[in-house]
Write a protein that binds this ligand. Structure first.
Ligand code: 6PG
Length: 482
């Protein structure tokens, strides 16, 4: 055996992870279903480090030092199970299989439990940063056993992105914890992108600015508290001109957003856990809505002759400048809300599955390498470092001040969106969630009254303990239902 770690599945993500490992001095066994890919990796990049290519799975496994670490980088779902089934009889007790794809954390829990029966360790690891990240330094979120992390940790930490000397990789928690956190990361990614897209739409309709001008605005924003990878590439995409037509690129792309499922999983899981991730949910639904082309066309046609009752005249001069600043502040406040909700979900998942996830560490490993990397993750890390039991990011002094500062802008932007008839579901739901959280009384009391009226579902009172029911169809006296 001559390799320290193996990678099977050499499509672009697997290939880039293997190259990253080799570049950091780890000898890497290589395997792919078709040998051609393995050969081309060695031909093209063999000088980057030590690669040990094999044609068969058996030779591949035999070429790895024990305890073996085998990274599986194939499509989520059945292909992953098929590769695991092939590997299991070839491995020995104490060996570690690592799934670096975007698997559902419940699949990871199932696989981890099944492999434990064979004395094998299974690690579901989130890897974020796309193809470039995999090659130059991703953010890595491994779950699985402590034993597995002892083996993998040094390798993963060496290839991860680094911020202030700290690697963007940490042991997240047992079994599916890593894939759970990656799932929520992607949910936050959906919310962040939707908020950015709404900000662009509002600027375009609200001020009449063209995409090139809005690209400049985003570049400008990237110099301040919004500084992040997604804001940076927004400027890039908006500033791009389509070579064929000479039109702004964003105007020639079909306006139907696709998804591979991680946002949907986040929302499904949030519903199970009872965590209101409203911004992530709206972002996911907004993608679905965009794809309903027939329905969009039908509704547009049905209302074509109806006065839309909007005041769509773009703002100009100083008013337009003020609006741009309002959108910037509203974007920041909405982002704080969306991230706060994502972190709430991680806490709830950690409690539900007993993972003991350290929220500050998650913010730490998301500061670099991943798609949602941003300056303000440092602030999130600080907030959880100073109070690990923080009930919500919204109450951390830094974020409280930031939201308070942005609140008037946030309200003006949501009102302007309604006035202009520009859909801003993520901005609106974030503000609504904030207002619900800070309200002294919620109309949930009325919901309880209705439930009790039609179904005797009972209610609690503000002034004494216990459970009660009013005899709505009778004399309206109140009964204790304890
Ligand atoms: C990442 C990305 C990555 C993937 C997106 C795309 O962290 O590197 O999140 O995992 O490119 O999840 O997802 P959709 O196709 O669902 O937008």
């Amino acid at each position: 055996a001559t390799a320290r770690i193996g990678v099977t599945g050499l499509a672009v993500m697997g290939r880039n992870l293997a190259r990253n490992l080799a570049r950091h001095g780890w000898s890497v066994a290589l395997h792919n279903r078709t040998y051609e890919r393995t050969r081309s990796l060695v031909d093209e990049h063999g000088d980057e480090g030590t690669f040990v290519p094999s044609e068969s799975m058996a030779d591949f496994v035999a070429s790895i030092e024990r305890p073996r670490s085998v990274i599986v980088m194939v499509k989520a779902g059945e292909p992953t199970d098929a590769v695991i089934d092939e590997l299991v009889p070839l491995l020995d007790e104490g060996d570690v299989i690592v799934d670096c794809g975007n698997a559902h954390f419940l699949d990871t829990r199932r696989r981890e439990a099944a492999l434990r029966e064979h004395g094998l360790h299974f690690v579901g690891s989130g890897v974020s940063g796309g193809e470039e990240g995999a090659l130059h330094g991703p953010s890595i979120m491994p779950g699985g056993s402590d034993h597995a992390y002892e083996t993998l940790g040094p390798m993963f930490e060496s290839i991860a992105a680094e911020v202030d000397g700290t690697p963007c990789c940490t042991h997240v928690g047992a079994d599916g914890a890593g894939h759970f956190v990656k799932m929520v990361h992607n949910g936050i990614e959906y919310a962040d992108m939707q908020l950015i897209a709404e900000a662009y739409d509002l600027l375009r309709h609200g001020t009449g600015a063209d995409p090139a001008r809005i690209a400049e605005i985003f570049s400008d924003w990237n110099g301040g508290e919004l500084e992040s990878y997604l804001i940076e590439i927004t400027a890039d995409v908006l500033g791009h001109t389509d070579a064929e037509t000479g039109r702004p690129f964003v105007d020639v792309v079909l306006d139907q957003a696709e998804q591979k499922g991680t946002g949907r999983w986040t929302v499904q899981n949030a519903l199970e856990l009872g965590v209101p991730v409203t911004a992530i949910a709206e972002a996911t639904f907004a993608r679905s809505l965009s794809g309903h082309a027939d329905q969009r066309e039908a509704v547009r046609a049905a209302y074509a002759q109806v006065d839309p009752a909007v005041d769509s005249a773009p703002l100009a001069g100083e008013e337009a400048d003020r609006f741009v600043e309002d959108v910037r502040r509203a974007l920041y406040a909405s982002k704080v809300l969306a991230y706060a909700q994502g972190f709430d979900q991680i806490r709830a998942g950690s409690d539900e599955y007993g993972w003991g996830i350290d929220l500050g560490s998650m913010a730490t490993i998301w500061r670099g390498g991943c798609i949602i990397r941003a300056r303000f993750l440092d602030r999130i890390r600080e907030a959880y470092d100073s109070d690990p039991d923080l009930t919500s990011l919204l109450v951390a002094p830094f974020f409280r001040d930031a939201v308070a500062d942005g609140l008037p802008s946030w309200r003006r932007v949501v009102a302007t969106a309604a006035r202009l008839g520009v859909p801003a579901p993520a901005f609106s739901t974030s503000l609504a969630s904030f207002d619900a959280l800070r309200a002294e009384r919620l109309p949930a009391a009325l919901i309880q009254g209705l439930r009790d009226d039609f179904g005797a579902h009972t209610y609690r009172r503000v002034d004494k303990p216990g459970t009660f029911h009013t005899l709505w169809a009778g004399d309206r006296s109140e009964e204790s239902r304890d």
